[in-house]
Design a protein around this ligand. Structure first.
Ligand SMILES: *[C@@H]1O[C@H](CO)[C@@H](O)[C@H](O)[C@H]1NC(C)=O
Ligand SMILES: *[C@@H]1O[C@H](CO)[C@@H](O)[C@H](O)[C@H]1NC(C)=O
Ligand SMILES: *[C@@H]1O[C@H](CO)[C@@H](O)[C@H](O)[C@H]1NC(C)=O
Length: 808
C-alpha cells in the first residue's frame, strides 16, 4: 500500500499532440509579440476559462512551467489577467524555429485543476541582416566570360518570416549585376553575375557594397564590402562530395570530438586548388557549439551539446579556393538523447500541518514530476515508502496528489517524513528523491485519564487544617492547552455539609488538602469525586473517586456509664452478708468513643477498703467477692476503680463504688458516713453519737422499711443478678452504627435500683433501652471493628431497679 507506479509516457505523448494539433477543452492559447514590456496584459484567463475571479486567490491559482524553466508570464490574481512577467526574446528562446510556443500550466487547487496555457511568441523585426564576414573577397580572372556567376555569402537575420532577409541590392557598377535565387533548401541567396568583361589593365580592383534587406517594418539592412581583384588566370570552383551532410550526435559529446568532415575538391592545380572551409550560414547557437577546421573541413564539438536545449542544428559550410571561388553544402546535425536528466520532483503545494482528525483520503499535497529527457528516458515511476499512512494518486497529467490512507493520531506520530522516489526508465535509470516533512496538528481528542481508578487517603483524626492528605494525577497526551489538566472537586455533601468545607484540591497539582480537622467520632470515611478537565475547547474531562478514611486517635477517655458519673448523688450497692466467694456484687460499665485498641478497656481496683475482698474482671468490669463474706468484714466497703483504654498513651477514668454488706436496708448507715468512711478511727464515736441521735427514730424506720420490704417480697433474691439500665443519652452517637455482634452475655440479668438521692426514696423504673438502639434480637449492636468494647446488657427483663449507688 502506498506504492504507486505511474508511467508518464501516455501523458507526455498526449501532451505533445495537444500542443500542436488540438486544444483540449479548457486549454488556452495566446499570441504575444516578443519584447513586450513587463506587466502588459496578454489575455484574461479567468474570463476565458469562465472562472470566478474572486476565487482565484483562495484556489491558489498560479502559473507553473512544465519543466521548471523560466516563467515569462504570470497571472494577476485580482483581475485574472495573464501578464508578461519577463521580456521575451524570440530569437533567444526559439532561434530559427518558425513556431515559438511556450507552454505553461495554470494550476488551481481545491479541487485540483490544471489548464494548459500556450503562449505563441510573435516575431518582431528587432534584428538586422548580418553577413558572416566583414568583406567578401574575389579573385576573378579577366578571361571570365559574361554571365559567369559567383556565389555570394548569405546574410543572416535572426528574425523569421518577413523579418528575415528578403532581398539583396548591389551598388551600381559597370561590370556586375545581382541574381537572386531562392531554393527550398537554401532560401534566398544572391549570385554576382558578370555583365561586362573585366579588363585588368583598365581596373585591377573593384569594391562594391552589397546590401541585404529584411521585410520588416521598419526595414532593416546589413551591408558587406565585396572586394574583387582582377586576375590573369582561369580556374574551377570547389565541389563538395555531397550537397547535404546529415549526421547524428549524441548529446553531452565531449569537447573536441569530431562530428563530420566535409570535403570539397577543386580541379585546379596549386594554390587555385587549395580549398578552405568555413561556416557560411550558422545560427548564433550553433556557432557557439561547433567549429570547423579551415584546412581539413572537420567539424568538431566546441561547446556543450544538450538535447534538451536543441534537438537539431543546421548550418552551411562554404568551401573556397585560393582565388575565392566558393560553393556551399548543408550540414544537419541531429542530436540524440542520453538519459542525463534525473526526474525532478516538485512539491506544488503542501497542507502542513494536517490536523489529526483529517478524514481518510484528505489531500495533503500536490506533487509534479518532470524529466527533461525524451522517450523511455522520460517515463517516470513514482513511489512512496511503505510505512506511512499516505499514498500517491496519479492525477491530471504528471501531477500526483498525496492523500492519507489511514487515520492520523498526533499522540502516536507527531510528524512524518514522506520520501517520494521518482525513477525514469532510461538505461541506466536515474532516480531522485524528495522528503516531505509533514506535521500532524493537535485536536483535543483525549480526555485526561487518572493514573488510578480510585484513590484512598488515610488521615488521622485531629489532623491539622491545611495538611495535604493525598494527591491525584491525570495525564492527557494532547498538546499544550489541550493536554493541560486542571483538577476540581465535584460539589457534593458529607453529612449535609458541602464537601468543599472538608477538602480542597490544588487545581494545577492535584494535591488534596484537608480544610478542617476531622473527628473520627463524627464520621469515619467519606467519598469525594475529583474531576480532571483539560483546557481545550470544548474541554474534555474524567473523574475519579477519592475515599478518605479517618483513623482513630486515642482522644476520648473511657466514659463511665455505671455507676452514674460524678455530680449525681452517691449510690451504694448492697451486698448480701451471705455472699459467697465468686458471687457478682456489681459491675462497672464504661464505654470509649474511640475504637479498636483505643476503646479496649481494662478495669482495675486501685484502692479498696479491704484489699482482697473484691476483685474486678479485667475486661468485664464485674466486681465479685474474692472470698466468702464474713461477719468480721467491714460493713462499708469502698472501691476506687480505674478504667483504662489501650491507646498510646492510654487514657483512664476512675470512679468509686460503695458497697454495703448488709441484708437489711435498715442497716444502711447515713450516706454521709459512707462518704467519709475512710475515717475509721472516728467510726466508733460516730456510731455512738448516731445511736443516741437515731434511737428515738429507730422504731419508726423499722416499721417503714418493713412495710417497703413487705411490698417487694414477691422477688426475694440473694444474688445480684439483674441488668443495668443505661440511659440512652450516655451512648455514643454512633454506637449502633456498624453491623456486628456485641458481646452480651445473656446469663446476666440485672435488676438495678435507681434512687434519686435517698436510700428510702421512690424507685424509678426504667423500661428497657432506647428502642432505636435495641433491635429485636435483643442485642445492642456494636462497631464491628471494636470487638473489645465491653458490652453489656440483655434486655430480657421488664423492669430495672437501680439501687443506691454513688459515684465519686
Ligand atoms: C524527520 O526528519 C527530521 C529531520 O531530519 C527529524 O528531526 C525527525 O525526527 C524525523 N521524523 C520522523 C518521524 O522520522
Ligand atoms: C487544541 O485542539 C483544538 C481542536 O480540538 C485545535 O483547534 C487547537 O489548535 C488545539 N490546540 C493546540 C495548541 O494544538
Ligand atoms: C464521572 O464520570 C462518569 C463516567 O466516567 C460520568 O458518567 C459522570 O457523569 C461523571 N461525573 C461528573 C460529575 O463529571
Amino acid at each position: 500500500m502506498g506504492r504507486q507506479i505511474f508511467t508518464c509516457r501516455t501523458l507526455i505523448l498526449l501532451t505533445c499532440i495537444c500542443i500542436f494539433f488540438t486544444m483540449v477543452h479548457g486549454d488556452l492559447s495566446y499570441t504575444v509579440p516578443e519584447e513586450t514590456k513587463r506587466q502588459s496584459v496578454i489575455g484574461n484567463v479567468a474570463k476565458d476559462l469562465g472562472l470566478d475571479v474572486k476565487r482565484l486567490s483562495s484556489r491558489k491559482a498560479r502559473i507553473e512551467t512544465e519543466d521548471s524553466t523560466k516563467r515569462y508570464c504570470d497571472i494577476n490574481l485580482s483581475s485574472g489577467n495573464l501578464v508578461v512577467a519577463e521580456i521575451m526574446d524570440r530569437e533567444e528562446l526559439c532561434g530559427s524555429r518558425i513556431a515559438c510556443i511556450l507552454n505553461y500550466e495554470l494550476v488551481l487547487e481545491n479541487p485540483l485543476e490544471v489548464h494548459r496555457v500556450s503562449l505563441q511568441i510573435e516575431d518582431i523585426n528587432d534584428n538586422a541582416p548580418r553577413f558572416p564576414n566583414e568583406r567578401i573577397m574575389f579573385e576573378i580572372s579577366e578571361s571570365a566570360v559574361k554571365g559567369k556567376r559567383f556565389s555570394l555569402d548569405e546574410a543572416h537575420d535572426s528574425d523569421i518570416g518577413q523579418n528575415a532577409v528578403q532581398g539583396y541590392t548591389l551598388q551600381r557598377n559597370d561590370h556586375f549585376i545581382l541574381s537572386i535565387h531562392e531554393t527550398a533548401e537554401r532560401g534566398k541567396y544572391a549570385e554576382l553575375v558578370l555583365e561586362k568583361e573585366l579588363d585588368r589593365e583598365e581596373q585591377n580592383e573593384i569594391n562594391l557594397i552589397l546590401t541585404a534587406n529584411d521585410g520588416g517594418t521598419p526595414q532593416r539592412s546589413g551591408t558587406v564590402l565585396i572586394h574583387i581583384s582582377v586576375l590573369d588566370a582561369n580556374d574551377n570552383t570547389p565541389v563538395f562530395s555531397q550537397p547535404v551532410y546529415r549526421v547524428t550526435l549524441s548529446e553531452n559529446a565531449p569537447l573536441g570530438s569530431g562530428v563530420v568532415t566535409v570535403s570539397a575538391t577543386d580541379a585546379d592545380e596549386g594554390a587555385n586548388g587549395d580549398v578552405s572551409y568555413e561556416f557560411s550560414r550558422i545560427s548564433d547557437r550553433a556557432a557557439k557549439r561547433f567549429s570547423i577546421d579551415k584546412i581539413t573541413g572537420e567539424i568538431k564539438v566546441n561547446g556543450n551539446i544538450d538535447f534538451e536545449e536543441e534537438k537539431s542544428y543546421e548550418m552551411r559550410v562554404q568551401a573556397k579556393d585560393g582565388p575565392g571561388l566558393t560553393s556551399s553544402a548543408k550540414i544537419v546535425i541531429d542530436v540524440t538523447d542520453v538519459n542525463d536528466n534525473a526526474p525532478k520532483i516538485v512539491l506544488k503545494s503542501l497542507n502542513d500541518p494536517v490536523p489529526e482528525n483529517a478524514v481518510i483520503g484528505t489531500e495533503v499535497g500536490i506533487i509534479n514530476v518532470q524529466d527533461k529527457d525524451s522517450g523511455d528516458n522520460r517515463k517516470i515511476r513514482c513511489s512512496i515508502q511503505q510505512n506511512v499512512p499516505f499514498k500517491l494518486n496519479p492525477s491530471i497529467k504528471n501531477y500526483f496528489s498525496l492523500t492519507t490512507t489511514d487515520a492520523l493520531d498526533r499522540e502516536k506520530e507527531v510528524d512524518y517524513n514522506i520520501t517520494i522516489t521518482a525513477t525514469d526508465e532510461g538505461s541506466p535509470p536515474l532516480s531522485s528523491f524528495m522528503t516531505i516533512h509533514l506535521s500532524v496538528s493537535d485536536i483535543n481528542d483525549n480526555p485526561p485519564v487518572f493514573e488510578e481508578q480510585f484513590y484512598s487517603a488515610y488521615v488521622s483524626e485531629n489532623n491539622k487544617a491545611g495538611a495535604s492528605i493525598c494527591s491525584v494525577t491525570a495525564r492527557d497526551p494532547d498538546w499544550r492547552q489541550n493536554g493541560t489538566v486542571l483538577y476540581s472537586l465535584v460539589s457534593s455533601e458529607v453529612n449535609g455539609i458541602p464537601v468543599s468545607s472538608f477538602l480542597s484540591v490544588n487545581g494545577d497539582t492535584g494535591v488534596i488538602h484537608a480544610v478542617r480537622s476531622f473527628d473520627y467520632e463524627q464520621f469515619r470515611s467519606f467519598k469525594v469525586q475529583v474531576v480532571a478537565r483539560d483546557n481545550g475547547s470544548p474541554p474534555l474531562s474524567s473523574n475519579t473517586t477519592v475515599s478518605v478514611f479517618i483513623s482513630d486517635e486515642n482522644d476520648n477517655s473511657p466514659q463511665i456509664l455505671y455507676p452514674a458519673p460524678e455530680g449525681k448523688t452517691l449510690m451504694t450497692e448492697m451486698v448480701p452478708k451471705a455472699a459467697l466467694s465468686g458471687s457478682l456484687v456489681s459491675k462497672v460499665i464504661a464505654v470509649d468513643a474511640d475504637s479498636g485498641q483505643n476503646a479496649w478497656l481494662s478495669y482495675y481496683i486501685i484502692k479498696s477498703t479491704d484489699p482482697g475482698l473484691f476483685t474486678i474482671g479485667l475486661r468485664t468490669g464485674e466486681i465479685r467477692a474474692q472470698r466468702d463474706i464474713t461477719e468480721s468484714d467491714n460493713m462499708k466497703q469502698n472501691l476506687v476503680i480505674s478504667v483504662k483504654d489501650n491507646g498510646q498513651p492510654p487514657l483512664s477514668t476512675t470512679c468509686s463504688v460503695y458497697l454495703l454488706i448488709s441484708d437489711n436496708l435498715a442497716e444502711v448507715p447515713e450516706l454521709k458516713d459512707m462518704t467519709y468512711e475512710e475515717n475509721n478511727s472516728n467510726l466508733t464515736s460516730y456510731l455512738i453519737i448516731a445511736l443516741v441521735s437515731v434511737s428515738t427514730f429507730f422504731l419508726t424506720f423499722i416499721i417503714l422499711i418493713l412495710a417497703v420490704r413487705f411490698c417487694h417480697r414477691r422477688k426475694p433474691r440473694l444474688l445480684f443478678d439483674g441488668a443495668v439500665a443505661i440511659p440512652s443519652a450516655y451512648l455514643p452517637p454512633n454506637y449502633a452504627e456498624v453491623d456486628g455482634t456485641g458481646t452480651l452475655r445473656s446469663s446476666y440479668n440485672y435488676d438495678a435500683y435507681l434512687t434519686t438521692g435517698s436510700r428510702t426514696s421512690d424507685f424509678k423504673f426504667v423500661r428497657s433501652y432506647n428502642d432505636n438502639t435495641l433491635p429485636a434480637s435483643g442485642t445492642l449492636k456494636m462497631c464491628q471493628d471494636d470487638p473489645y468494647v465491653s458490652s453489656i446488657i440483655n434486655t430480657d427483663y421488664d423492669e430495672v431497679r437501680i439501687s443506691s449507688i454513688s459515684c465519686k
